[in-house]
Design a protein around this ligand. Structure first.
Ligand code: EPU
Length: 338
């Protein structure tokens, strides 16, 4: 719980941006966090809570205190014939939690294998991949209110989950720290292999009746082939959200771009893959000095080493401008730009 000053954040953000925090402390339990929040030296400081730092782009030094959630532990709370409630500390590495569920033969998060980041950060943006979102297995979470240090539990409904959204990114932004998350997992899981690439990969793996282990292996294989490993190349996963546009606009665009992909959201709205839009604008694989756009997935911006966050942000703005000019669609970052 030691308070450190002038602390390098380079290894605390997966983009690998070399900035400093005025103050930094790590907490391993709820009481430790509550003590930190009471410290007079921290009262007036701007606070940033980080988990794995996998959804952040720092563009400057942080003039405040960075608090890193290191609350560990995974435990089974309750179970019946069909479901098991599993509680995981906010500081657990997300994929370690996925491995725990696989070891215990509990279904629900196998499609979310290998997503970088921590358990505590997962509900904030309702992480999702290959047809599954965190909200599908979420039961409740525990948090601490920054202003008062009080513990508060949030139900599914109170979290107001949406596509890469939750109440913690909107009405309650910056007010609560997620200390643990409880998941409702299945003993007899219904597999979700509807996402095209999973079916194809399972076929390639010659799996006839897939288990959660097979689905996880397929997801890991797809991710490794498309997405850069942050341990090797700095990145924060998808930099932008996939935009939702009116069907009417989509139909107009489709006349000009007949191959434009889209997925239905409602009768009036479709979601367009931002990666496709960015690729059409010629950005895919672009390298500028030591940063650029990933060669296998145009939605991912990368730092090949030593890039400044400001430069990466400028690249993101240039991409937004060119997509808007070509398609009349405005992209929005998924990553938190600080
Ligand atoms: N596409 C391209 N060019 C590209 C990338 C994508 O044309 O460079 C088009 C293709 O048509 C492709 C389609 O986009 O079929 C979908 O691509 P992909 O399956 O890679 O998924 P995505 O929509 O680009 C989303 C999530 C990812 C998640 C995948 C798989 C968002 C913002 N991103 O990407 O999440 O892994 O689906 O479910 O929703 C993340 O959030 O960090 C993340 C990696």
């Amino acid at each position: 719980m030691k308070l450190q000053s002038d602390f390098s954040l380079k290894s605390y953000n997966t983009f690998g941006i070399d900035v400093k925090a005025k103050l930094f402390a790590r907490f391993e339990s709820v009481p430790e966090l509550q003590e930190l929040l009471k410290m007079p030296a921290l009262q007036q400081e701007q606070k940033l809570i980080i988990g794995g730092g996998s959804n952040l782009l720092f563009t400057q030094d942080f003039d405040g205190v960075v608090l890193q959630n290191s609350i560990k532990g995974i435990e089974v709370l309750r179970q019946d014939q069909e479901h098991v409630l599993v509680k995981a500390g906010g500081g657990e590495v997300w994929h370690e939690f996925v491995l725990f569920t696989l070891q215990h033969n509990l279904g629900g998060v196998e499609n979310l294998s290998l997503i970088p980041g921590s358990v505590g950060a997962a509900p904030l943006q309702n992480i999702g991949a290959y047809g599954v979102e965190l909200k599908d297995v979420f039961y409740e979470l525990e948090s601490v209110e920054i202003a008062t240090g009080q513990v508060r539990t949030f139900s599914h409904q109170e979290c107001a989950f949406g596509y890469r959204e939750s109440v913690f990114k909107n009405a309650l932004r910056g007010r609560y720290i997620v200390t643990s998350v409880t998941f409702r997992l299945s003993r007899q899981p219904e597999l979700n292999t509807s996402y095209g690439a999973i079916t194809t990969t399972l076929e390639e793996m010659q799996v006839q009746q897939p288990s959660i282990h097979d689905v996880s292996a397929a997801v890991c294989q797809i991710r490794r082939s498309k997405l850069p490993d942050p341990a090797q190349i700095g990145n924060a996963g998808s930099f932008f959200k996939n935009p939702e546009i009116p069907v009417q606009l989509y139909n107009q665009l489709k006349e000009k771009y007949p191959h434009m992909p889209a997925y239905p959201v409602s009768e009036q709205v479709v979601k367009v893959p931002a990666g496709w839009l960015i690729e059409q604008c010629g950005w895919k694989g672009k390298v500028i000095d030591n940063y650029g756009v990933h060669q296998h997935q145009a939605l991912v911006l990368v730092n090949y080493g030593g890039a400044s966050g400001e430069k990466v942000r400028q690249l993101a703005y240039d991409i937004i401008a060119s997509v808007e000019e070509k398609f009349g669609i405005r992209l929005h970052p998924e990553v938190n730009i600080m």
